[in-house]
Design a protein. Structure first.
Length: 129
């Protein structure tokens, strides 16, 4: 059996840990610890984690370049994904207008209410800056 860190546990290790668990744990002095810090100071939202498999040579190049730039690999990936998400499939950049509607290449999508109370999408030509 191996630990999360990769250390192989011997039978003696497992027996010792099992005995400690059977004896019970005193939680009276236990204190909660803070988790990972927020991605930015203003964020209170959960930051989901994604796992991506990469070829080893690509991973080495990414780590090396991130180190050269003084950045964390996570920061590089977030930046690349933000750029990807900001583009629509046709390659145009999506931006938010002052009203909060999304504008893509001069077309603004705004939500309007119908008689049934459901939201419907309407298109209006606008100039985006």
């Amino acid at each position: 059996m191996k630990t999360k860190g990769g250390r192989t546990l011997t039978t003696a290790d497992v027996d010792r840990l099992s005995s400690r668990a059977d004896a019970g744990f005193d939680l009276s002095g236990w204190k909660t610890r803070r988790g990972r810090p927020a991605l930015d100071a203003s964020s209170t939202e959960h930051a989901p984690r994604i796992t991506v498999r990469l070829p080893e040579p690509l991973h080495r190049r990414v780590v090396l370049r991130a180190e050269q730039e003084g950045r964390a690999v996570s920061d590089v990936v977030r930046s690349l994904l933000a750029g990807y998400a900001a583009r629509n499939p046709s390659g145009a950049h999506a931006t938010k207008t002052a009203s909060g509607a999304h504008a893509v290449r001069g077309v603004t999508r705004a939500s309007t209410a119908t008689k049934t109370g459901k939201a419907a999408s309407s298109h209006a030509r606008t100039k985006t800056q």
